[in-house]
Design a protein around this ligand. Structure first.
Ligand code: EPZ
Length: 428
């Protein structure tokens, strides 16, 4: 059933909320369980569509899984299939992790080319470069990525031409059982890259240096099952922090890792927002219009590209003009057309957008075009005067764990409604 989110804005978010497990760690760790033939228990999983898709995908490949709300046990001993070609894979960007995991387990893999949010070209040349460097032959035909290493994978030095989260993780998955040592230079340092490395080590792998730009892996013969708890979601935390500031609220977010949020916390403080750090909490309070700031998205520990869209919305009613440079993806401004419908004054030139602060936003029917654009529209609806209707919320459900329930408990007027045929805006 197609639904829309309906928000009546202008209510400050107040109270406390616990953030869910990290989507971008979960969508890598679940495929990584294919590397071992014993049972793994993964805790603190977010209850999101991408996790459910991966659950059914692993089962279709021969794994046995059992899931509760936030815990899943996976026994991949029964996985015999190294060819994966179904719609679930085509929907998700993270399905490329099946390539590294199957190659690491079987020495061969055939995975249909990944889908994912339309925020740019999103090539996978660095993934292919890494697999070929490890001794696999990789070709693309009939929409499938086919990789094979008949003589097995052999460790080597790999220099990434661009800092890539996906390629760093995918090469780690393929290298943990390769013969000898692998070094990944210019590696991504995001919290979820470190989380995947910690999970692999929990299974008995030897991965060192994750979180720096040089990751060193010593191949092992065998990986064993383990129990692992996923880190809190850095991007959900940041989205909630931004929503608190945008609604002039007073929000305490629990189960967070404050150091993961430093780039955003620093920017919010620059805007005049108060951010108080606890051991595993962050409190965000904002009583007045934020000041304008300039933002450049960068690989971690820089300002996360996944928070650029919600931050742009926050700045749409700041004092003065803000300049935002999107350095990671070449078309991650699709939310701008939607917030213009709500009165935002934003101009775009390539990867640069200038946000002139206006007095207020006003509610309107808008459409999410990707996951974080959807999050940005929720922030816009929360801060706008009047009623906002958001369609395209299938994107939001892929990456946020029941976000409207969390917001409702914090005082937001937000609910889902069945999409009527007249909601033609969703059909455009
Ligand atoms: C991951 O995408 C995340 N997705 C993205 O989050 C996130 O925005 C991105 O990392 C950056 O942090 C998952 O983890 C599932 P990249 P990924 O490889 O791995 C270029 C969200 O909203 N590139 O770090 O696809 C690429 O085009 C999603 O949760 C190549 O040129 O990102 C981009 O410009 C959206 N060749 C840059 O590198 C390659 O082989 C960074 O991409 C790979 C990437």
């Amino acid at each position: 059933m197609r639904e829309k989110l309906v928000i009546r804005g202008g209510k400050p978010l107040c109270g406390s909320v616990t953030v869910s497990g990290a989507k971008n760690a979960a969508v890598a760790i679940l495929p990584a369980t294919i590397l071992c033939e014993n049972e793994c228990e993964i805790d603190n999983l977010p209850d999101i569509v991408d996790v459910h898709l991966l659950d059914s995908l692993l089962c279709s490949m021969g794994a046995k899984t059992s899931a509760s709300k936030t815990t899943m046990t996976i026994d991949a001993g029964g996985v015999k299939e190294y060819v994966v070609n179904n719609d679930a894979v085509k929907m998700m960007r993270a399905s490329y992790y099946l390539l590294g995991a199957l190659l690491g387990r079987f020495g061969k893999a055939e995975v249909c080319l990944p889908g994912g949010c339309a925020i740019g070209l999103r090539p996978i040349d660095q993934h292919v470069k890494g697999m070929e460097a490890l001794g696999a032959s990789v070709k693309t035909e009939y929409g499938m990525l086919k990789a094979e290493a008949p003589c097995g994978l052999v460790g080597t030095d790999i220099y990434l031409d661009i800092v890539s989260v996906g390629a760093t993780i995918n090469i780690m998955l393929a290298a943990v059982k390769a013969k000898g040592r692998t070094t990944i230079v210019n590696a991504a340092k995001e919290p979820h890259v470190v989380d995947v490395a910690n999970f692999l080590n929990c299974m008995g792998a030897k991965v060192k240096g994750a979180g720096t730009d040089i990751v060193r892996i010593t191949g092992v013969e065998h990986l064993h099952g383990c129990t692992y708890s996923i880190i809190p979601d850095q991007i959900e935390t940041g989205t909630l922090m931004i929503a608190a500031a945008a609604t002039r609220g007073d929000l305490t977010i629990k189960n967070v890792i404050p150091t993961h949020m430093e780039a955003l916390s620093a920017k919010l403080i620059e805007m005049g927002v108060t951010v108080e750090e606890g051991d595993d909490t962050l409190r965000v309070t904002c009583q007045k219009k934020p000041k304008h700031v300039n933002i450049k998205t960068l690989p971690y520990p820089g300002f996360p590209t996944d928070l650029q869209q919600p931050a742009t919305v926050l700045l749409s009613t700041a004092e003065g003009a803000s300049i935002i440079v999107e350095n990671i993806f070449e078309s991650r401004f699709k939310h701008i057309n939607e917030i213009r419908r709500m009165g935002a004054n934003v101009s775009i030139d390539g990867r640069v957008c200038v946000v002139e602060g206006v007095e207020r936003l006003t509610g309107a029917p808008v459409r999410a075009t990707d996951l974080r654009a959807g999050a940005a529209l929720i922030v816009a609806g929360l801060m706008a005067d009047g009623r906002t209707e958001i369609t395209g919320i299938k994107y939001i459900d892929r990456g946020y764990d029941h976000i409207e329930n969390k917001l409702k408990q914090l005082g937001a007027d937000i609910h889902r409604e069945k999409l009527e045929d007249i909601d033609e805006y969703d059909l455009m």
